[in-house]
Ligand binder design. Structure first.
Ligand SMILES: [Zn+2]
Length: 251
């Protein structure tokens, strides 16, 4: 049975289905010292599935706790942006789940996903899973979004205090999906010099949705004028390279 280990970057927490000891942390999404034969299943691991032409459509399953519903406006924006970079139709299915509690560990997120997720990647369809919960990540308060698996991310929208909620929803949905699509430099090295040296796997461009502050309450300090809610040209160039096979993320 695979064990799990937590990997913490400056603003993300993910769990990968990895190794018995979780000694070192790379500062990025991918552990630096995966032992031979252990498969990485964290954010980015399914990027090629979403981006290449092997599947014809993406279904995004959004399971939301009562009171943590994502706005229709934000979901529309997300559908448009994801569809444009994946170059395929995106369908969004929302449902309400029972998810009590106010602090969730990455293990809790996996448990809720196991209990409630109805869609899987199969045949012509790639599945992406979104959990929207009340409360907070237990070990990283102030995080609005977290990518915790190869095809899964979670939102804690009530951690946003003060900014326009629909704007934050739009930004965080696209940001976390960006991590699932391997941004930035998750398993590859971009030919464009654009990774924030201080925040692994994030863009140095404050106008990119992949800027680190997008998923944190520090958004309030760092992003006056509202968060970016779309990929920038460099993000899109990386995604196009992954789609074409010019870049192949490796884990
Ligand atoms: Zn991030």
């Amino acid at each position: 049975m695979a064990l799990v280990a937590a990997v913490t970057c400056s603003s993300c927490v993910v769990r990968t289905e990895v190794r018995p000891d979780s000694g070192s942390q790379s500062g990025g999404l991918v552990p630096e010292d995966l032992p031979p034969g252990v498969r990485y299943v964290g954010p980015g691991a399914e990027a090629t599935t979403y981006l290449r032409g092997d599947v014809g459509r993406i279904v995004v399953e959004v399971d939301q706790a009562e009171g943590a519903e994502v706005s229709a406006e934000a979901l529309d924006h997300f559908q448009t942006v994801l569809g444009s970079v994946a170059d395929k139709p995106v369908e969004i299915e929302t449902s309400t789940i029972s998810a009590g509690g106010s602090a969730f560990s990455a293990e809790d997120l996996r448990g809720l996903e196991n209990e409630h997720r109805d869609t899987v990647t199969d045949g012509d369809t790639a599945s992406m899973y979104v959990l929207s919960l009340n409360g907070t990540l237990s070990d990283r308060q102030g995080i609005i979004g977290v990518a915790y698996g190869g095809s899964s991310f979670a939102l804690f929208l009530e951690q946003n205090r003060g900014l326009d909620s629909a704007a934050v929803e739009r930004a965080v949905l696209v940001h976390e999906a960006g991590h699932l699509l391997a941004l930035v430099n998750v398993g590859y090295e971009s030919p464009r010099d654009r990774e924030d040296p201080d925040h692994a796997n994030h863009s140095s461009n404050a106008d990119s949705v992949m800027h680190w502050a997008v998923e944190s309450v520090s958004i309030l300090d760092a992003l006056g004028g509202g968060p970016p809610d779309d990929f920038d040209d460099d993000d899109r160039a990386d995604l196009a390279d992954i789609a074409s096979g010019a870049i192949v993320p490796e884990f």
